[in-house]
Ligand binder design. Structure first.
Ligand SMILES: Nc1nc2c(ncn2[C@@H]2O[C@H](COP(=O)(O)OP(=O)(O)OP(=O)(O)O)[C@@H](O)[C@H]2O)c(=O)[nH]1
Ligand SMILES: Nc1ccn([C@@H]2O[C@H](COP(=O)(O)O)[C@@H](O)[C@H]2O)c(=O)n1
Length: 229
């Protein structure tokens, strides 16, 4: 069985996690796991967890750790034979510790993007709510302004993408992310990338992953994700 590879991508709001994780998934054939997409699926399916999560998201709050953990870790159990990249989880130290008790991570990508760049990107971000597909008027505009390329449905902007909301979101991210970054740094698996343009950061991420993600045929035992919570 080919060696499995599991990674997490972290960064402040608007840093390009979704954009870069899509590129990684396509380039390396990893399964992209988006905690946000998974929450949206549960909200659309009106599950208990989805209904509960929605009450927090509507207020611009992080979904509580126990709800996120209950949502995601059983999903990871289904992925024991797959290599994956997780976007959006963990977002707190408790989530990182729950993940750590369940899966061995091979690598963590941390994006370090300046505040002004985040502000500019988020002010130009448009989202198709049902799918989570993301556009940017300056970077990757939709074919038809205001419309999702696939469904043709209207695009929206999140209230918390507005500049006045970003300062608080960024401060909160820095507070909750620091212990997670310290944890992964102490484990020797953290790789930080700084810059203002995804297209300039991408070659470095691509180069790193090309050395870390095994080619088909190499073998290593891998502790599968188990119900450690
Ligand atoms: N101008 C510009 N926009 C970019 C670049 N990279 C990504 N974007 C856009 O910036 C916005 C944020 O990118 P995302 O990939 O959604 O960032 P994220 O880290 O997943 O954001 P959150 O979901 O808020 O955590 C989107 O509209 C992207 O299309 C870039 O290099 N330049
Ligand atoms: N660990 C997490 C992940 C996500 N959320 C909430 O979901 C929203 C959408 O997530 P995206 O990754 O698609 O931005 C996010 O804004 C949070 O409200 C969370 O609480 N905890």
């Amino acid at each position: 069985m080919a060696k499995l590879f599991r990674a997490v991508i972290m960064g402040p709001p608007g840093s390009g996690k979704g954009t870069i994780s899509e590129r990684i998934a396509q380039r390396f054939g990893l399964t992209r796991l988006s905690s946000g997409d998974f929450i949206r699926e549960n909200i659309a399916a009106n599950t208990d967890a989805g209904v509960l999560a929605k009450t927090y998201i509507e207020r611009g709050l992080l979904v509580p750790d126990h709800v996120m953990t209950r949502l995601l870790l059983p999903r990871l159990e289904e992925m024991t034979r797959h290599s994956w990249l997780m976007d959006g989880f963990p977002r707190t130290l408790a989530q990182a510790e729950a993940l750590n008790s369940t899966c061995d991570l091979d690598l963590v990508i941390s994006l370090n993007i300046p505040y002004e760049t985040l502000k500019e990107r988020l002010s130009d971000r448009w989202i198709h709510p049902a799918s989570g597909r993301v556009y940017n008027m300056g970077f990757n505009p939709p074919h038809v302004q205001g419309r999702d390329d696939i469904s043709g449905e209207p695009l929206i902007q999140h209230d918390d993408d507005k500049p006045e909301a970003l300062v608080a979101r960024l401060r909160h991210y820095k507070d909750v992310a620091k212990p997670i970054i310290d944890l992964y740094k102490s484990k020797g698996i953290l790789h930080t990338f700084s810059g203002t343009e995804t297209d300039r950061i991408w070659p470095y991420i691509n180069s790193l992953l090309s050395t870390k993600i095994p080619m088909e045929g190499t073998h290593r035992t891998q502790r599968p994700c188990t119900r450690g919570y």
